[in-house]
Design a protein around this ligand. Sequence first.
Ligand code: HEM
Length: 148
Amino acid sequence: MPRSTWTGYWPARTARTDGLTHGLADPREIVLVEFVRLLLVFLHLLGMALLVGMFLVQRRAAADAPLNKGWLHVAALQLITGLALQLLAPATDQDYNGMKLGIKTLILLVIAALALVYVIRRVPAPKWLPPSLVGLVVVNVGIAVFWT
Ligand code: HEM
């Protein structure tokens, strides 16, 4: 009589109940890694929302106001969470498209570079800048969702 139980989820890794794991990861480790992935996705999606929010904040600022530093901080959040998701892919069993993520990274670097230049210069943000930045954000959302 096998001592294994069918859990319906990660069967190969949870089948044994005798403490041995067939050389595979401990189920608690898998749950932890999956939690970290979900946390990163959560922050990544919040970052997307915040970038759109930055556009609205910038629209309410005076015409001669410099670019809000928030653009730079949230761009950094997107880069860190995105790259962490990509680097964790072997551990999280995700099969991401390298070309898609490369293009998203390039677009984000353009956003970050523009934000860095205008935050450092502290000159009034040109009229074209906030719509261009949010336009690039929307392009990245489109790539994330439609490039399957
Ligand atoms: C402005 C910048 C970015 C925006 C607005 C953005 C937006 C999004 C959105 C909306 C999703 C969810 C898509 C879905 O679940 O169908 C997503 C997922 C993802 N993004 Fe980004 N992203 C950005 C930059 C990046 C960068 C630079 C990377 C780094 C390589 C990256 C890596 C990823 C990965 C790996 C996922 C999949 C997460 C998962 O479901 O496990 N993103 N992104």
